[in-house]
Design a protein around this ligand. Structure first.
Ligand code: HEC
Length: 110
């Protein structure tokens, strides 16, 4: 009986600890500023073609640091793709994320 109780107890302790860990990870993400979220979304989904500074030009990608497009035009291209650039709507998941990426991208302009 004593053994059974201590097994249950250690399961409870383990559960509590693992819940706290995932809550902390969640916290870490939600504590990112919008600018940081935009930057990580950009490096995850756009960096491989456009480069961290927007100037890489892989697969014929346009230089984003000299791009003059309006916000609405950028949103259209992100959502629907253009030429060799695939549509990014599904990857970015929400309009909110798209807007974060747009503001990051405009920060790359010279
Ligand atoms: C697979 C490579 C690839 C990825 C990934 C990619 N792009 Fe592109 N991007 C391109 C190419 C190629 C073009 C040029 C399209 C054309 O004009 O034919 C382009 C063009 C653009 C343009 C238009 C620039 C201009 O002035 O005409 C914008 C804005 C843009 N990309 C933003 C993004 C953003 C934001 C992401 C991430 C969400 C992204 N791209 C991901 C390849 C990529």
């Amino acid at each position: 009986m004593v053994l059974k109780n201590s097994i249950i107890l250690s399961c409870l302790v383990w559960l509590t600890v693992s819940c706290q860990e995932s809550a902390q990870q969640q916290d870490h993400f939600t504590k990112q500023t919008p600018a940081e979220q935009g930057a990580s979304l950009y490096s995850m989904h756009c960096g491989q073609c456009h480069g961290e500074d927007g100037q890489l030009g892989a697969s014929g990608a346009k230089n984003l640091s000299t791009s003059q497009l309006s916000d609405a035009q950028i949103v259209q291209i992100i959502k629907n793709g253009k030429g060799a650039m695939p549509a990014m709507k599904a990857l970015l998941e929400s309009d909110e994320n798209i807007n974060l990426v747009v503001s990051h991208l405009k920060g790359l302009r010279r």
